[in-house]
Design a protein around this ligand. Structure first.
Ligand SMILES: [Zn+2]
Length: 269
């Protein structure tokens, strides 16, 4: 499953290729896809391809003012979104859909067919009340509000997709390390200064992963989906028994809610 940094990378790569082009039609070749009622396509252009949570939004605008519609794609397990200058006349599996635009097509390929694609008039509801961890709206104060008074330990809390969208298991170990916080701390017990550290940690870890992802996107990925260069940047994840890069103490592994947590017992006391 692509993580937030991979989805961001896909969106950044597609945006300059597709933006500005006139939309011609949306072809759906798989009955399982239910895009819902779409906008009138005549005269409509792609404005932007961007990430929202772990989904990709192809934002389009019609000729009339304020006529935006977004094609929102969730890649899930095996979905891929590809730009092709030459169009497939017939979409055969694993191709499930194509947004034909002038000069090419944005093709949705998906072997296991868990991905989704739908039209949305607004992006407000796409995340279902959860928050994108890199959105401008997520200030340290806002993060404190989302944490509330939960007694859930910090690391499993970071994995909750109904709170912050798109933080996977690797980043949920790396963020507490960067913030100098124990993964076992009650997430709702952090004071203001600690919430500030957590806020900076979330952004730093995700941005660094996006940077690494952008430069090595086609590299070999291991079973965890970690690209080669990002693996070298990991502070604790997958490093049980190895020395902490900051203090030299031995990195430990624990299991929280059936998922591995890696941490430095000295730096994250
Ligand atoms: Zn350490």
């Amino acid at each position: 499953m692509p993580e937030l940094p991979e989805v961001e990378t896909v969106a950044r790569q597609l945006d300059p290729l597709v933006s500005g082009r006139l939309v011609e039609r949306l072809r759906i070749a798989d009955d399982r896809l239910a895009p819902g009622p779409g906008p009138t396509l005549a005269g409509r252009r792609v404005v932007r391809v961007h990430r929202i949570g772990k989904q990709i939004a192809v934002t389009t605008a019609g000729p009339a003012p304020a006529d935006e519609a977004h094609l929102v794609i969730h890649l899930r397990m095996t979905g891929r979104l590809l730009w092709q200058r030459s169009r497939h006349r017939v979409l055969r599996p694993p191709l499930r859909a194509a947004l034909d635009v002038e000069g090419g097509a944005l093709v949705f390929s998906d072997v296991r067919r868990f991905g989704t694609l739908r039209w949305a008039r607004s992006l407000d509801d796409v995340l279902g009340g959860a928050v994108d961890p890199l959105s401008r709206g997520l200030t340290a104060r806002a993060l404190g509000g989302i944490l509330g008074t939960t007694s859930q330990p910090l690391k499993p809390w970071l994995l909750r997709q109904d709170k912050l969208v798109g933080i996977g298991n690797i980043y949920a170990s790396e963020i507490p390390f960067v913030a100098g916080l124990s993964p076992f701390r009650e997430a709702g017990s952090l004071d203001e200064e600690e919430v500030g550290r957590l806020h900076r940690g979330v952004r730093r870890v995700l941005r660094r992963a996006i940077d690494a992802c952008g430069t090595t996107f086609s590299d070999f990925q291991d079973a965890h989906g970690v690209t080669g260069s990002y693996q070298r940047l990991l502070s604790v994840y997958g490093r049980e028994g190895e020395p902490c890069r900051r203090c030299g103490a031995t990195i430990r592994r624990a299991v929280q809610q059936q998922r591995s947590t890696f941490y430095c017992p000295a730096c994250q006391g």
